[in-house]
Ligand binder design. Sequence first.
Ligand code: UD1
Length: 427
Amino acid sequence: MIRGGRPLAGEVEMPCAKNSVLPILAAAMLARGAVRIRRVPRLRDVETSLQLLAALGCPAVQIDGDLLLAPGGPMGDTVPRPLMAAMRSSIYYLAPMLARGGRARVTLPGGCRLGARPIDLHLEGLAAMGARISADGDQLDCTAPNGLHGAEIRLRFPSVGATETLLIAAAAAAGETRICGAAREPEVCDLAGFLTACGARIEGAGTSCIRVLGGPLQGCEYTPIPDRITAQTVLCAAAACGGQVLLRRAPFAPLQPMAGILRRAGCSVRRAGQDGVVLESDGCLTAAGSISTGVYPAFATDAGPLLAAAMLTARGETRLRETIFSNRFSCAAQFARMGAKVDCDGRLLCIRGVPALQGAQVTAQDLRGGAALVIAALTAQGESRIGGVEYIRRGYEDIAGLFGALGAEISCTVQQVCSPAGAGVSA
Ligand code: UD1
């Protein structure tokens, strides 16, 4: 529940990145010693990961924000269907299961309904490394009777998930792997950083060609990078509401595409100290014009709905073109309930800024679209009620606390705590 129309002011610290933590938890299964991941946010996808680790025989406990894992024991070879359906990141467990136990029985992963999300690149890469994959409907039975071996892999598209699956597989495979056409996102580098801390030899992470020399891995302590999408959520909200916010633990470089757009819209965005960012806005924005999402270092697809929400009350027209997923803007219909002038034609979202939004009852249909509804509601006059909070909890530990700390009038009651196994929340 949000009573909008107030400026935001104050400072908040960015949590560790969901998109780093999730693959790192799967990769930790390769270690032969204790692993401590520091400052892990209590996200719903992290809860799902803990259930998945438990189902595969890896004990894990969360103590004071750190996650302690004890991999190395006997490992299960089957992920229960509800855990596969609960999130896209369940697919990251395929590689460690194959590398450690030689067998993985899984179903196709779930995830936000952003359009078709195939896993062909993951499977083709694993096959090149020696995996045998048989599919029966949505069930996959994968084996690696002789273990995984190094290979030369060329990705047709720089998929973040496929690059990470293959990085995990390559770290445990015999010999050298080259992943060409790799994704260059900071979270890929972070996974490589974690594997390196475990003893893997990896060169080129952050470029489109990654070289990995596989071998045994040991345990380590690791702190994942800050969440650049959470940072962009706060930047967009403060830009549209007006005010002054300081983001601590928010490295500047990955925020540049968004910072550039918000500056052109009329905000001041600048670095503050080593790892802080300050945004100042009077809340009167000029429309962003034509913006396309793209693979890193271009403007991130996850940030599209967030920017869209900030532009609903900007003067002029914004045209957002999504190039990665076919159904990124399902939040558009909900924006319209708040009085926004939006026209969504598949991957193209046209926004004609209106002077003000009115609070309304809306429903989140995916994670970032849900966060975008929070931003819109913060700018709107009056009260909004946002349903589907379980989607938002997949990637934001406490979005009410985050914006409450900046002076927003926001409260959140999760009426039904949905387990990942629960039907109807297969986000
Ligand atoms: C990851 C992020 C997600 C982000 C996305 C793009 C995590 C947990 N999630 O998702 O927040 O929006 O990167 O930055 O890190 N594709 C294929 N075949 C494959 C794999 C992908 O065709 O085997 C296609 C997808 O359908 C999509 C595009 O590649 O059109 C991008 O997907 P990918 O980069 O893999 O995104 P995810 O890893 O799913």
